[in-house]
Design a protein around this ligand. Structure first.
Ligand code: NOJ
Length: 761
C-alpha cells in the first residue's frame, strides 16, 4: 500500500474552488448524503429563518445524555445533568445534540421529545465515544495499528458502527488521529502511533468503516477525526500541555491524518484542548477557519472538546465565559460541548454586535446540513431499533472479528531459542503476573460487555488438553506489591516447565490524563519478574500496555516477548491462537520502544542533525547521543517477528534515475526460511538526502503484507513517483527538489541496506 503525500490545499490547486471540490468529494463518498442535503436545503433555510436566537444557540449546544447511562468516569463531573431539566431544555429548543447515552428504546423516546414537544421539531443528534467497539470490544486503536492493516481497521470500525447505530447513536468521537511521538502521553493508546503515513492510512480506513458507503444508511455512524490539532505534541507528553512547533511540522506531521480522514468523507471534527504556538486550538481561527475551511474546504461541523471553549479562560486567552464563547464561535467552533456557554451568551453576543448573526447562522447551517446528510430529516429515528440492537450487539461475527483483530495486533519482539510456540501438552505452565487478569479492554470501553469477554485463562484452557497443568498466580498488583505474592509466584515458577509472565500497564495507567514520567513496567512487577527469573525457567512475557515501554532486566531479557496491548473481548482465545502456534504473530510496532524513558520524545523519523549519532561502540564524542543510551530504539518502529525467520535480499531499484513525471519500481525478494507459514510486512522507507529544509533519516512511504509459506520466496515491488517524495516545504506547500534519495525495503525502520536513485527534472 502506498499513499500519495497529502496534496496542497485544494484552494491552492483549484484557485478558490475549494467548496466546489468539497461538495464533489462528499458526493463521491456518499451520494445519498449529498442528495439528502440538497433536498433539505430549502427546509434548512426556512428553519433558520424561523429560529429565535435562543433556538439557534440550542442547535449549537451539546450536553451529556442524562436520561440513559451517564459515564462520568470518562470526563470531569457535569453539574447540569438533571433529566427533567434537560428534557425541558429540549422542549425549548435549547439542545441540539446529546452524547454518551446508549440504547435504542431510550433514543426513540428522547427523540420524540424533540420532534413532538419542541416548537420546530428539529431532530436531536446522538453522539458517543465509541473508540474501539461498543459492546463487542476490539483491540485499542494503537494495538490495531500494529496490524498495519487498513482493511482490518475498516472492518472493526464498521462492526462498531453497526452495534452503535442500532443502539441509537449517530456519531462517534473517533477516530483519534493525533500523531504521538512521546510515549509519556497517556493517549498514545487511542491513536495509530508515531508515524504520519501509517496514521493517515488508518485515519481514512477508520472513517470509511464508521461511516460506511452511505451516511444516510441506518447503520452509518458519523466519524469525528480528533483532536484538531496537534494535541499529540503536548510538551513532555503531559496531557493538555502546550504545543509549540514550526508550521512545517504542524502541516507535515500533525495535520495529514486529519486531511486523510476528511478526504475519506468525515463531516465532523473536534477542536483540541491544547494551545498551538500560543493560541488555544479551540480559539484558533487560523486552524479552524483558514486551514480547515478555506484551504481544505471542510463542510462538516466542529465541536469543542469537553468544555474546551470554557477552558480558554484558564489558558489566559479569554476574560470570562462570554468572551470565551465569542472567541470560540468566531474562530470556527460550531458546537459547544457541555459548558453551556453558547446557550448562555450567544443571544447577548449577537444583540450587542460582538458576534454577527451571519456567523451564528453559518454554524447552525453546518450542524443542520450534517443532520440532513445523516438522513435525520428523513428518518429521525435512523438506526435506533430494539430488534436491530438485539441482532447487532455482540453478534457472533463481531466477536470472530475481534479475535482476528486481536491476533493480528500482537507484536512478537523476540523469541530466543524458539521458545514459542508452546506445545499443547506435556508442559506445566505457570501464568504469573497481574496482566493475566480481566483488565483487557483498555480505555474508552464504557459499554464494553464484560460478560462476553473471554479471559486469558479461559482462552488457554480451551486450547489445552483437558486437565493440562496450568496454574495462575497474580504475584503483584499493577502498581503495588501483594503480600506473599512473590513467594507464591516463585514457587509456581519452580514447579512449572515454562513461565508465562503477564506484566505491564493497567487501563487506568494508559488513558486520558495518564501521563507517565517513567515509561517502564512499574517497580512491583519488575521485582516480581526478577524474583521469578531465579527459578530459571523458559519465560514468555505477555506485555500489556497502551504505549511503548522501556523494558528492563528480567522482562527485557526474557526468552520471548509478546506485546499484547489491550486486546478486547477475545483477548484469551487470540493469545492462545498465537502461543500454541495455530497462527504466527504478525503485528509490527507502530511506536518505537526506547532503551530508556529519558529518550522521549523518540520517533524513528527524526532529523540527522549536524553531528549524527555514532551507532557503533566505541562511540565518538561530540555526537547527538545520550551518555546512557544509544540514539536508537531498543525495538524499532516496524519491528515484529513471526514463527519463521524471513530473510531479505538487496533492495533493487529499476533505474538510477526517476524522471520528473515518471515512476520508478523498487523491489526486494523476501524468503521464509522457517518451517511455518508467516505473514511478513515489507516496509518502504525513503530519505531525501539534500533538501531546502532538512529531512528525516527515514520516512515510511509504503508497506505491504505478504504471506509466505515455509521455503517460499516472493518478490515484493512498490512504485514511487515524484508526488510520493514530497515534503512540507519552506512555502508551506508540498514540494520536492531534484536530487538523490536513499530507499530501503526492510522489516523495520532500523535495518536494511539503502539503495538509491536520483530524481531529475
Ligand atoms: C474529552 C476527550 O478529550 C475527548 O476525546 C472525548 O471525546 C470527550 N472528552 C467526550 O467524552
Amino acid at each position: 500500500m502506498t499513499l500519495r503525500t497529502p496534496s496542497p490545499s485544494r484552494r491552492a490547486l483549484l484557485g478558490g474552488a475549494g467548496l466546489l471540490a468539497a461538495s464533489f468529494m462528499v458526493s463521491v463518498r456518499s451520494a445519498a448524503a449529498q442528495d439528502a442535503r440538497v433536498r433539505h436545503a430549502s427546509r434548512i433555510d426556512a428553519l433558520i429563518a424561523r429560529m429565535t436566537i435562543e433556538e439557534k444557540a440550542g442547535q449549537l449546544s451539546l450536553f451529556n445524555d442524562p436520561f440513559r447511562f451517564r459515564p462520568q468516569e470518562v470526563n470531569p463531573v457535569d453539574k447540569d445533568g438533571d433529566p427533567a431539566r434537560v428534557a425541558d431544555m429540549i422542549r425549548k429548543g435549547q439542545v441540539g445534540s446529546l452524547f454518551n447515552g446508549v440504547g435504542a428504546a431510550g433514543a426513540r423516546t428522547i427523540q420524540d421529545i424533540a420532534l413532538k414537544e419542541s416548537r420546530l421539531g428539529i431532530p436531536l443528534l446522538f453522539a458517543a465515544d465509541v473508540i474501539h467497539g461498543l459492546y463487542t470490544v476490539f483491540p485499542v486503536p494503537l494495538a490495531e495499528a500494529a496490524a498495519w492493516d487498513a482493511g482490518l481497521a475498516e472492518r472493526t470500525a464498521r462492526a462498531a458502527a453497526r452495534e452503535s447505530a442500532a443502539s441509537g447513536i449517530h456519531q462517534t468521537y473517533a477516530p483519534m488521529v493525533d500523531v504521538a511521538r512521546d510515549q509519556r502521553w497517556g493517549r498514545v493508546v487511542e491513536g495509530a502511533g508515531e508515524d504520519v503515513f501509517l496514521g493517515s492510512v488508518l485515519a481514512a480506513a477508520r472513517v470509511r468503516g464508521f461511516q460506511g458507503p452511505d451516511l444516510t444508511a441506518k447503520n452509518a455512524l458519523l466519524a469525528t477525526p480528533k483532536h484538531f490539532a496537534a494535541y499529540g505534541a503536548a510538551e513532555a507528553g503531559l496531557d493538555y500541555n502546550t504545543t509549540d512547533m514550526s508550521e512545517q511540522r504542524l502541516r507535515g506531521v500533525y495535520l495529514p491524518p486529519f486531511k486523510a480522514g476528511f478526504d475519506a468523507g468525515a463531516l465532523s471534527t473536534m477542536s483540541a484542548f491544547n494551545e498551538v504556538n500560543g493560541v488555544p486550538a479551540t480559539g484558533n481561527g487560523w486552524l479552524l477557519t483558514d486551514i480547515l475551511r478555506d484551504e481544505w474546504g471542510f463542510e462538516g461541523y466542529v465541536v469543542s472538546d469537553y468544555t474546551s471553549e470554557e477552558e480558554l479562560i484558564a489558558h489566559g486567552f479569554a476574560e470570562d465565559g462570554r468572551d470565551a464563547a465569542r472567541i470560540a464561535l468566531l474562530a470556527g467552533v460550531d458546537m459547544s460541548m457541555v459548558s453551556g456557554l453558547y446557550n448562555a451568551h450567544i443571544p447577548d453576543l449577537v444583540a450587542k454586535g460582538d458576534v454577527p448573526m451571519s456567523v451564528v447562522d453559518r454554524s447552525v447551517r453546518r450542524v443542520l446540513n450534517v443532520k440532513a446528510a445523516l438522513g435525520l430529516f428523513d428518518d429521525p429515528y435512523k438506526g435506533s431499533d430494539p430488534d436491530a440492537e438485539r441482532r447487532e450487539v455482540n453478534a457472533p461475527e463481531h466477536h470472530a472479528l475481534s479475535r482476528e483483530a486481536a491476533r493480528k495486533s500482537v507484536v512478537m519482539l523476540k523469541n530466543d531459542g524458539g521458545v514459542l510456540p508452546l506445545p499443547r501438552s506435556g508442559k506445566r505452565i505457570a501464568v504469573i503476573g497481574p496482566a493475566s487478569d480481566d483488565d483487557v479492554f483498555g480505555p474508552w470501553t464504557i459499554w464494553g460487555d464484560r460478560t462476553k469477554a473471554v479471559s486469558l485463562e479461559a482462552g488457554l484452557r480451551a486450547a489445552l488438553a483437558p486437565g493440562a497443568a496450568l496454574t495462575f498466580v497474580r504475584g503483584s498488583d499493577p502498581e503495588a506489591p501483594i503480600e506473599g505474592g512473590i513467594d507464591a509466584a516463585v514457587a509456581a515458577a519452580r514447579s512449572a516447565d515454562v513461565v508465562i509472565l503477564a506484566v505491564g500497564e493497567s487501563t487506568p495507567m494508559s488513558a486520558e490524563a495518564q501521563s507517565r514520567a517513567e515509561i517502564v513496567v512499574p517497580a512491583p512487577q519488575q521485582a516480581l519478574a526478577e524474583a521469578v527469573k531465579t527459578a530459571g525457567k523458559p519465560t514468555v512475557v505477555l506485555l500489556r500496555t497502551g504505549r511503548a515501554l522501556a523494558l528492563e532486566g528480567a522482562i527485557r531479557d526474557a526468552d520471548a516477548i509478546l506485546v499484547t496491548w489491550f486486546l478486547g473481548s477475545q483477548h484469551g482465545p487470540a493469545l492462545a491462537d498465537l502461543l500454541f502456534g495455530d497462527h504466527s504473530p504478525s503485528g509490527r510496532l507502530p511506536v518505537s520502544f526506547p532503551h530508556v524513558s529519558g529518550q522521549q520524545p523518540f520517533h524513528y523519523d527524526h532529523k540527522p542533525t549536524g553531528r549524527p549519532a555514532d551507532p557503533a561502540p566505541p562511540r565518538e564524542e561530540y555526537r547527538t547521543q545520550f551518555r546512557e543510551a544509544p540514539h536508537s530504539a531498543a525495538f524499532p518502529f516496524g519491528h515484529g517477528l513471526g514463527y519463521g525467520p524471513v530473510t531479505y535480499g538487496a533492495t533493487e531499484v529499476e533505474a538510477s534515475t526517476l524522471s520528473w513525471d515518471g515512476r520508478i519500481e523498487i523491489s526486494v525478494e523476501v524468503s521464509n526460511v522457517g518451517v511455518r507459514p508467516v505473514e511478513e510486512t515489507v516496509q518502504l522507507y525513503v530519505r531525501d538526502r539534500v533538501a531546502r529544509l532538512t529531512r528525516p533519516v527515514r520516512e515510511l512511504k509504503g508497506f505491504r503484507k505478504v504471506r509466505l509459506e515455509p521455503g517460499q520466496t516472493r518478490r515484493v515491488a512498490f512504485t514511487l513517483d515524484r508526488k510520493t517524495l514530497e515534503y512540507m516545504g519552506p512555502e508551506n506547500r508540498w514540494t520536492v527538489e531534484p536530487g538523490r534519495f536513499d530507499v530501503w525495503l526492510a522489516p523495520d525502520a532500523q535495518s536494511g541496506v539503502a539503495a538509491g536513485f536520483a530524481l531529475v527534472r
